[in-house]
Design a protein around this ligand. Structure first.
Ligand code: MRU
Length: 346
C-alpha cells in the first residue's frame, strides 16, 4: 500500500474497519466495529484518534445505531442514545460532536427507519469523502506558504492516520514534498503516547519523505539552531478568535517558534472550528490515565505512588499563530473575520 493510500476509517460491507493505531509501527492490524459500543471503545482507547478521523468513525457509529434493537420502533430515540454515548468518549476534538450532530439531525427529516438507515449510510460516506477532499485542498493551500528547501517541524500526528486520509499538517508536508520544496521534516516524539514517533515517523518513512525524530525536549534547541523554516501542526478545536487546542506540547512549540522567529502554522478543516466559543478558555481539555505517564514502552518509569497530571491537549493563544490553513484557504489574524469570510456560501 502506498502511504498516500492510508485509510484509517473504512466501511467494508456492513462493518466499520479501523487501522489499530495503538500497535503501530510494530504491528499493522485492523479492528472491526460491529455496533455503537465497539466504536465508542475504539475512540476512547485510541484505536482511532486524530480529530477528523474520530469524527468519521463517530459518523459510522451512528450508521451502526441503525441496527440496534428498537431502531425500527423509535429510530430517533435510538439515534439520540447513540449520539450521547459517542459524544461521551473524548471531550476535546470538536469534529466528534460536529459529525454526531450532523448525523443525528437526519432523524428530523427522515422519520421512516428504513429511509433513515439509507441516508445515514450516505451521510457518513459524504463526511469521509469531504474530509479527504479537504485534506488535499488544505495541503495545496498550505504548500503555497512553504519556501524552497524547507525544513518543517511538526508535533503529534496530523497525518493520513488522523483524518480520512492524506492529513492536515502532513497534508501540507505531502503537497510541499510533491512540489519539490521540502528537504526534511523534524517530528517531535510527542510524549506521553508518542504519536510523533510511532505514527508520523511511520507515515513519512513509508512515503520516502526525509524525517528526523527528536525528543520533545530537543525542540527548543533545534528551533534555536536556525535549521527549521516553519512549524505546522493540526488542531482538535479552534475557537472563533483562533485560539487552538492541539496535542499537549503544541503551546511549548508555538512559544519557542515565536522566540526564534520561526513561522507557526495550524492546518485544520473548517469542521475543527468551533464558532460557539469566543476564545480558547471554554475548550474542555481531556485528562488521560496516570499510566500513560508512569509507563513508557511497556515499562514502569516512575514510582507507583507518584501524583500525575496528564492533560492530553493544550491551548495555544491565537497571537502565536502566523496563519491558519483550511480547505477554503489560508487566513491570518484577525481570525474571527477570516472564519466569517470562509463560512460564507460561495
Ligand atoms: O490524542 P490524539 O492523538 O487524538 O490527538 C491528536 C492531535 O492532537 C492532532 O494534532 C489533531 O487531532 C489534529 S489531527 C489532523
Amino acid at each position: 500500500m502506498g502511504s498516500t493510500e492510508i485509510r484509517p476509517v473504512r466501511w467494508e460491507g456492513n462493518v466499520l474497519v479501523l487501522i489499530d493505531q495503538r500497535t503501530l509501527p510494530g504491528e499493522e492490524r485492523d479492528v472491526v466495529c460491529r455496533n455503537v459500543q465497539d466504536v465508542c471503545s475504539a475512540i476512547s482507547n485510541m484505536t482511532v484518534r486524530g480529530a477528523p478521523a474520530i469524527g468519521c468513525a463517530a459518523a459510522y457509529g451512528m450508521v451502526l445505531a441503525g441496527r440496534e434493537d428498537g431502531f425500527d420502533d423509535a429510530p430517533k430515540d435510538v439515534l439520540g442514545r447513540a449520539a450521547k454515548e459517542l459524544a461521551a468518549t473524548r471531550p476535546t476534538a470538536v469534529n466528534l460532536f460536529w459529525a454526531v450532530d450532523r448525523m443525528k439531525a437526519l432523524s428530523d427529516q427522515y422519520p421512516d427507519p428504513d429511509a433513515l438507515r439509507v441516508v445515514l449510510a450516505r451521510e457518513a460516506q459524504t463526511i469521509l469523502e469531504e474530509d479527504l477532499a479537504s485534506c488535499r485542498a488544505m495541503g495545496d493551500a498550505g504548500a503555497e506558504l512553504i519556501p524552497e528547501h524547507a525544513v518543517i517541524m511538526t508535533h503529534c500526528n496530523a497525518g493520513a492516520l488522523a483524518t480520512a486520509g492524506y492529513g492536515t499538517a502532513l497534508g501540507v508536508v505531502r503537497s510541499a514534498w510533491a512540489q519539490g520544496k521540502l528537504d526534511r521534516v523534524y517530528a517531535c516524539e510527542t510524549r506521553p503516547r508518542q504519536q510523533g514517533a510511532r505514527l508520523t515517523a511511520w507515515e513519512l518513512v513509508r512515503d520516502g519523505i526525509p524525517v528526523t525524530l527528536i525528543s520533545d525536549t530537543a525542540a527548543g534547541s533545534v528551533l534555536a539552531s536556525g535549521r527549521v523554516s516553519l512549524v505546522v501542526v493540526g488542531a482538535d478545536r479552534i475557537a472563533a478568535n483562533g485560539d487552538t487546542a492541539n496535542k499537549i506540547g503544541t503551546y511549548n512549540l508555538a512559544v519557542l517558534a515565536k522566540e526564534n522567529d520561526v513561522p507557526f502554522y495550524v492546518a485544520a478543516p473548517m469542521s475543527t472550528v468551533d464558532l460557539s466559543l469566543l476564545d480558547g478558555s471554554g475548550i474542555v481539555i481531556e485528562e488521560r490515565s496516570r499510566e500513560e505517564v508512569t509507563f513508557c514502552g511497556g515499562g514502569r518509569i516512575a514510582p507507583e505512588e507518584v501524583d500525575v497530571y496528564n492533560p492530553a491537549f493544550d491551548v495555544t493563544p491565537a497571537r502565536y499563530l502566523s496563519a491558519i490553513v483550511t480547505e477554503r484557504g489560508v487566513i491570518r489574524a484577525p481570525f474571527q473575520e477570516g472564519f466569517r469570510r470562509l463560512r460564507k456560501p460561495r
